[in-house]
Ligand binder design. Structure first.
Ligand SMILES: Cc1cc2nc3c(=O)[nH]c(=O)nc-3n(C[C@H](O)[C@H](O)[C@H](O)COP(=O)(O)OP(=O)(O)OC[C@H]3O[C@@H](n4cnc5c(N)ncnc54)[C@H](O)[C@@H]3O)c2cc1C
Length: 225
């Protein structure tokens, strides 16, 4: 199984490890009656659907997904708002950052139409204008960063010149219940396109590791239990 999905121009989501299956949901629920199964059967599929539909959420917490993610800093900032999970990120204080900056593909360059709370995003008629400016700013910022480092300034200060489209990387550990909450919010059309792309990669791993839970979540209109 491919355990890495490339996302955006230089990012990825890699499943670093998972202790996750549908049986863990079933057994967490069945322990109420002192029961345990070694194999899923049709009644267990029905049980997962029931738990999802009735929003009995805790049986979906007995599992763990550990992801390694590389994404632009502004995406990471949105991601880190999901408190019911664990993060460790590369430090710009201790290591020199890489000259890797997100430049959207031309077809992803958009304009914002409408009012706050009801924006739609339409293709911009001059995508190269944005791509050009982002590229120039990244180059200038990187030169300033290297200059400051050469002058002996601390990395933690030199990084202040870098823009939020620089790539960062982190580990993210999360259980399926919290991941479904993340996916409900970040796959939604109101979420920013860039984090949506990452959420799509996360949801592919979810569907592979816990297919019955994933199917029940989709059937429940992606409402997290
Ligand atoms: C489209 C979109 C736009 C957004 N815009 C903004 C914005 O403009 N400004 C902004 O600041 N944020 C914004 N956010 C971030 C948003 O407010 C949440 O911080 C983020 O989506 C994490 O969601 P969460 O709290 O459900 O996740 P988690 O932090 O993972 O929490 C999961 C669940 O645990 C429970 N929980 C966690 N902590 C608490 C607590 N302290 N008290 C009670 N229950 C708790 C809640 O049920 C919560 O849903 C936006 C998010 C989206 C998807």
């Amino acid at each position: 199984m491919d355990r890495v999905y490339n996302v955006l121009d230089q990012g990825f989501v890699r499943l670093d490890g998972a202790l996750a299956d549908d049986l863990s949901v079933v057994n967490a629920a069945r322990v109420s009656f002192g029961n345990r199964k070694d194999l899923m059967d049709e009644s267990d599929v029905g049980l997962v659907k029931y738990l999802m539909r009735e929003r009995h959420g805790t049986p979906f917490e007995h599992n763990s997904f550990r992801f390694h993610v590389k994404c632009p800093m502004f995406v990471a900032r949105e991601w880190f708002r999901h408190r019911i999970s664990s993060f460790n990120e590369r430090s710009g204080r201790y290591s020199k950052l890489e000259a890797e900056f997100y430049i959207p593909n031309a077809e992803d360059v958009r304009t914002q139409v409408g009012k706050p709370g009801a924006y739609t995003f339409e293709p911009h008629d001059n995508p190269e204008g944005l791509r050009l400016v982002l590229g120039e700013v990244a180059m200038d910022a990187w030169q300033a960063y290297e200059y400051l480092l050469e002058q002996g300034y601390a990395k933690e200060l030199a990084r202040c010149v870098l823009p939020v489209n620089i790539y960062t990387e982190f580990y993210w550990t999360v259980n399926a219940r919290s991941m479904m909450n993340f996916l409900s919010l970040r796959l939604h059309e109101t979420a920013q396109l860039e984090i949506r792309r990452y959420a799509e990669a996360v949801s592919l791993f979810f569907s592979q590791e816990m297919p019955i839970t994933y199917a029940a979540w989709i059937a429940n209109e992606r409402v997290a239990p």
